[in-house]
Design a protein around this ligand. Sequence first.
Ligand SMILES: Cc1cc2nc3c(=O)[nH]c(=O)nc-3n(C[C@H](O)[C@H](O)[C@H](O)COP(=O)(O)OP(=O)(O)OC[C@H]3O[C@@H](n4cnc5c(N)ncnc54)[C@H](O)[C@@H]3O)c2cc1C
Length: 350
Amino acid sequence: MHVLISGAGIAGPTLAHRLSRLGIRSTVVERSDGRRGGGGPIDLRGRTVELAGRMGILNEVEAVRTHTEGVSFVDADGRTVLAVDPAVSGDLELERDDLVRILHDATRNDVEYVFDDSIRALAQDDAGVDVEFERGAPRRFDLVLGADGLHSTVRRLVFGPESSFARYLGLYSASVGVDPGLGRENRGVLHQEPGRTAGVYSYRGKAAAFFAFRPREFPGDLRETAQQKKLVTEAYAGMGWQVPKLLAELEAAEGIYADAVSQIHLPSWSAGRVALLGDAAYCASFLTGMGTSLAMLGADALAEGLATGDHRAAFARYEEAFRPEVTRHQAGIDESAARVVLPHAVEHAI
Ligand SMILES: Cc1cc2nc3c(=O)[nH]c(=O)nc-3n(C[C@H](O)[C@H](O)[C@H](O)COP(=O)(O)OP(=O)(O)OC[C@H]3O[C@@H](n4cnc5c(N)ncnc54)[C@H](O)[C@@H]3O)c2cc1C
């Protein structure tokens, strides 16, 4: 069996890793022209730590582990008004860049990676899937697995437009690497006003600025970095603390991560020889803290069934086994969760 995986974020390389251990060959196509960096610290929670152990990457993850000990809320002059230090958990936190690198390194010898390309069209029949690419020559695969994130191309081509499945949670978020001098090592420092939160998370001598705010209206899918920067900069006009410095760093940065905060709800994660996983299938949003864990655990659940070679049974089993866990985490998020990130009377900003 030879499968095509779209997306080399977290879910795609995890799936490729699990499949190669089962003797299934995969090709991963990634739209970026190399590993796509960006983002701040992310968590491996619960069973995901055990999965990282089974994948043989736990030592590498632990070596670059970050420790956010707590969060301090500061006033406009930078004075701490509240410090929250949660109990130590068994979760593993690391920078998203590091996890993407570790997963790629663990698979690059067994898996074909094609960067700087994207699926353009798909046509499936009883025996396989014909795939056309934006750049490369057409190829045929046994299965196509979409791990291409919140704005998945595979989902659009096979299941329909994003608007049919996306549930906007009323927030927009952005993050960008900034001068470590702007943060406090191993802490998040947040400054909040009604409808907008700005902060800095510091770890291992680095720092990432974090913005979460409620735009006046749904901003849509802003693909251009310049549009994203403009939206954030306008939303934070006139805010105190060190927000002007963070905005200056945002403006100067080449790469930022910015997106509307949404969930994806699909009635079925597969159609014929095509299946989805990770954010493409069931994005839960960063408000759950479970995005990375669900991406990896879903990849593991999907791979397990494919060992039999019967993709129909495998897809059914994947969904049956894993959907309850996804539903539980997605259900934990609603308007009230958004109020935790934007705790003041968010209505004032609508
Ligand atoms: C740059 C970036 C930064 C992030 N930062 C954070 C963060 O700080 N905190 C947090 O909680 N979550 C963050 N996330 C989201 C988090 O990574 C996901 O919620 C989670 O890990 C699910 O992983 P995934 O592999 O399903 O999706 P993603 O991690 O989004 O990976 C999807 C991959 O598919 C690629 N792709 C997209 N379209 C195509 C296409 N048409 N063809 C081929 N490849 C395509 C993307 O470039 C990306 O590499 C970030 C995501 C990205 C892409």
